[in-house]
Design a protein. Structure first.
Length: 658
C-alpha cells in the first residue's frame, strides 16, 4: 500500500536544484534512511523537465552484473536486441531525448552501474541520471548527496503518520531520537506501537534488531536487521571486522583512535584507513569536520549491529581493553601537554568526553583496574575545574574513591582534586572531609601543598581572608619548591590576590597579579590568566571604575568562553552587569543579571560556592532597581533569564545576537 511522503521539504528542493544543474546525481546513505522514497519524490518534482521520458528502474533483485543493461532496457520498456550489445542499443535509443533515468539500489553493482552510466551519459547528451545506493558510483561529474536521517520534527511527524492514534504523544520524540531518525526503523516501530507505548518501546531499543521486524516491502527492508545485513554483505572482510571493532566507541572518534583501538590480527594498522574509507563510502561511518580536526561516528543503529558481530567474533573484551588503554594514555598525554596548548587540548578532550566516560566505566568494571579509574579521574582535574565540568568530575572522583580504598598516590591525588571540586561547588563540608582524609592517608605529605591550597580556598569562600592568604602563601611556597605550577602555583596566585584585595591590601594585590600574569605568559597558561583578569576587574570595581572593570571582565570572559567555564563566565557577566549599571546602561545590566541567574540555576552553580564576591551582584541589583524601578527591572531581568550561556556571553561582550 502506498503511503504518504513526510518531511524533507528543504532537502527535496536541494536535490531538485542539483538535478537541474548536474547530469548525474547519486543519493547515498545508510540502509533504510529513505533514499528510494526521496528519489521518487524528486523525480515527481522534475518530471516536467523531461518530456521524452522518465523511468525508474529498481536494481535490488539483480545479482548478475552481466544482465544490467538488459534489466535497465526492460525497465524502460525496450525490447531485447540480441544482435548487438544492449548497452549500445540503449545509448542509441536515448540519443538526444530529454529524459531522466532513475536507478535505484545500485550499491551491490557499483562497477557495472558506473560503466553503464558513463557510457549512456557520454552518448546521450540530454540524458540525466538519478541514482541511489549506499556508496557513490565514482563516475566523472557525479554529484553526491548524502541523505541524512530525518531531523527530529520530521521523524516525529513520520511516526505519528504511520502509527496513527496508537502513538499517543508522550515519549514519541524520545523514541524517534533512539531510532536515530532512520525512516525504516521508525516505520517498523510504528507497527510495534500497536502493542506497547512509546516509552516502553524506547526502553527496549537495546534489543532493536529483534524488536523491529515485520515491515513488509522489499526483503532487505523487512526488518532492521535485514537492512543492516544487506550493508554488511556489501563490505569487504576488512570493513566488516573494522565495523565490529568500531562498535566499542561510545561516540565519535578520530583516525588515531581507530588505528590504536581497532588494528590487530587480520586488520593491521596500515589497512585501517582503507577499511575506514570504505565504511564512509558505504554510509556506515559518517565523517564530520570538527574544530579539532576530522571526526568519525556511527549511528547507534549501526554501532549495535557491529557490537553483535564483535561478540560473535569473541573479541569484545580485547577491543574494549584497547579502547580503555588508549583513552587512559590520551588523558595522561593531555595532562603533560596542557601547558601552552590548553585551548587545543580542551577542544580535543571535550570531543572525547563520551569515550573517556566509557574508558572510566571499563576501568570500574574490572576489579583489577579500579586504580586506573582513580588515576583517570584525578588526571582530568583540569577538565573538571578549568572547563566547568564540576558535577561530572565530582561524580567520577567520588565513584572511584568508593571503589578503590587502598593507599596509593592515585587516591591521594583524587582526594585533593575532589576537595577542590566540592569547594568550588560550595559544598564546604564535603571539601573539608576529603581534605581530612587526604591528610590522614598522606603520611609522607606528598600533597601538603594542595591540602593548604584547598584549605585556603575554603577560608576565602567563608570570608576569612587573612587566614586564606596565610594558607595560600604556604601553599605557594610548597608548589614553588616542588615545581607544581599549573595545578598549584598559578591557582594560588589568583586566590591570594583575591584574598589580599578582599582584605583591603590593593598594593599587594597588584604585585601578586603582576607576578602571576608573568608566570602565566612564561608557561602558556590561559585559564589562570583569565582568572587573574577577573580579579583585576574586581580591583577596578573596588575603586568604582566601571570602565576598568568592564575592560578586564571582558578580557576574562573571552578567555572563559574558550574553555566553556560557566563559573568564571557567570562571575564575569555579573561584573559586566555592574559596570553597565554604573556606566548608565541599567537596562542592559538588568538583562545581564537575569542571564547570569539563569545560568547559575541551570548549571547548579552555588550563589557563593566559589570565592566570587557576592557584593558585585548585590550592588548591581541594588543600583539597577534604583535606576529603573522594581517593575521595569523585573521585566528586563526576566528577559535575560531567557538567554542561554552562549547568548549571555555574546551580549556581555557586546557582540551581535540573533
Amino acid at each position: 500500500m502506498e503511503t504518504t511522503f513526510v518531511g524533507r521539504h528543504a532537502e527535496i528542493a536541494q536535490v531538485v536544484r542539483l538535478m537541474r544543474g548536474s547530469r548525474l546525481v547519486t543519493l547515498t546513505g545508510l540502509g533504510g534512511v529513505g533514499k528510494t522514497r526521496l528519489a521518487g519524490r524528486v523525480a515527481e518534482e522534475v518530471a516536467a523537465d523531461f518530456p521524452d521520458g522518465l523511468w525508474l528502474v529498481d536494481l535490488a533483485d539483480l545479482t548478475d552484473p552481466y544482465l544490467l543493461a538488459e534489466t535497465v532496457a526492460g525497465g524502460m520498456g525496450l525490447a531485447d536486441q540480441p544482435a548487438r550489445p544492449q548497452e549500445e542499443a540503449l545509448a542509441e535509443w536515448l540519443g538526444s531525448r530529454r529524459s531522466l533515468l532513475v536507478l535505484d539500489t545500485c550499491e551491490h553493482l557499483v562497477e557495472a552501474v558506473a560503466s553503464l552510466v558513463d557510457t549512456l551519459l557520454r552518448r546521450a547528451p540530454n540524458l540525466r541520471v538519478l541514482a541511489t545506493g549506499r556508496q557513490p558510483l565514482g563516475v566523472s561529474g557525479e554529484h553526491i548527496h548524502l541523505v541524512p536521517p530525518l531531523p527530529a520534527e520530521d521523524a516525529v511527524a513520520l511516526l505519528l503518520d504511520r502509527a496513527g492514534p496508537a502513538a499517543g504523544a508522550d515519549g514519541v520524540a524520545e523514541l524517534c531520537a533512539g531510532l536515530d531518525g532512520i525512516p525504516l526503523a521508525i516505520e517498523l516501530a510504528a507497527v510495534r506501537l500497536r502493542a506497547m507505548p512509546p516509552a516502553l518501546l524506547t526502553r527496549r531499543l537495546d534489543d532493536r534488531y529483534h524488536l523491529l521486524t515485520g515491515g513488509g516491502g522489499p526483503v532487505r527492508h523487512e526488518s532492521l536487521r535485514a537492512a543492516m545485513g544487506w550493508s554488511h554483505e556489501l563490505c569487504t572482510p576488512a570493513e566488516r571486522l573494522l565495523w565490529a571493532r568500531l562498535s566499542v566507541f561510545a561516540a565519535d572518534f578520530d583516525l588515531e583512535a581507530a588505528e590504536r583501538v581497532c588494528a590487530g590480527g587480520p586488520l593491521p594498522a596500515g589497512l585501517v584507513l582503507e577499511a575506514l574509507s570504505g565504511l564512509v563510502d558505504k554510509s556506515l561511518v559518517q565523517r564530520e569536520e570538527h574544530s579539532t580536526g576530522v571526526r568519525l561516528r556511527m549511528l547507534d543503529t549501526v554501532r549495535e549491529f557491529g557490537a553483535e558481530w564483535l561478540l560473535r567474533l569473541g573479541e569484545t573484551g580485547a577491543v574494549q581493553g584497547r579502547h580503555r588503554d588508549h583513552y587512559l594514555r590520551l588523558a595522561r598525554r593531555c595532562a603533560v601537554q596542557w601547558p601552552g596548548r590548553q585551548v587545543e587540548w580542551y577542544g580535543r578532550i571535550r570531543a572525547e568526553r563520551r569515550n573517556l566516560r566509557r574508558a572510566f566505566e571499563l576501568c570500574l568494571a574490572d576489579p583489577e583496574r579500579s586504580r586506573a579509574a582513580l588515576g583517570l579521574a584525578g588526571t582530568l582535574w583540569f577538565l573538571w575545574i578549568c572547563c566547568g565540568m564540576l558535577r561530572e568530575g565530582r561524580h567520577c572522583l567520588e565513584t572511584a574513591l568508593r571503589r578503590d580504598t587502598g593507599p596509593s598516590p592515585e587516591r591521594i591525588r583524587a582526594l585533593w582534586v575532589c576537595a577542590w571540586v566540592a569547594a568550588l561547588q560550595g559544598d564546604l563540608g564535603a571539601a573539608r572531609e576529603r581534605l581530612d582524609r587526604c591528610r590522614a592517608e598522606d603520611a609522607e605529605g606528598s600533597a601538603a601543598g594542595y591540602v593548604a591550597q584547598v584549605e585556603g580556598l575554603i577560608s576565602l569562600t567563608r570570608r576569612d581572608h587573612l587566614r586564606a592568604v596565610e594558607l595560600l602563601e604556604e601553599a605557594m611556597a610548597w608548589h614553588m619548591a616542588k615545581g607544581e605550577v599549573l595545578s598549584g602555583l598559578l591557582p594560588c596566585y589568583t586566590l591570594t590576590a583575591l584574598g589580599l584585595l578582599a582584605a583591603g591590601r590593593p598594593e599587594e594585590t597588584a604585585e601578586t597579579l603582576s607576578e602571576g600574569q608573568a608566570l602565566c605568559e612564561a608557561h602558556g597558561e590561559e585559564w589562570s590568566s583569565a582568572q587573574m583578569e577577573y580579579v583585576s576587574a574586581w580591583a577596578e570595581h573596588v575603586k568604582d571604575s566601571a570602565s576598568g572593570a568592564l575592560r578586564h571582565a571582558r578580557t576574562a570572559l573571552a578567555a572563559a568562553r574558550l574553555f566553556e567555564d560557566p563559573l568564571l563566565s557567570v562571575a564575569c557577566v555579573e561584573m559586566i552587569a555592574w559596570a553597565a549599571v554604573a556606566g548608565g546602561a541599567a537596562r542592559r545590566g538588568a538583562r545581564l543579571l537575569g542571564a547570569a541567574q539563569a545560568v547559575r540555576d541551570s548549571s547548579g552553580l552555588a550563589r557563593s560556592g566559589a570565592p566570587i564576591p557576592v557584593p558585585v551582584r548585590e550592588r548591581a541589583v541594588t543600583h539597577a532597581v534604583k535606576a529603573l524601578g522594581g517593575g521595569e527591572f523585573d521585566t528586563l531581568f526576566a528577559e535575560g533569564q531567557g538567554f542561554d550561556l552562549g547568548i549571555a556571553v555574546k551580549y556581555a561582550l557586546g557582540e551581535k545576537i540573533s
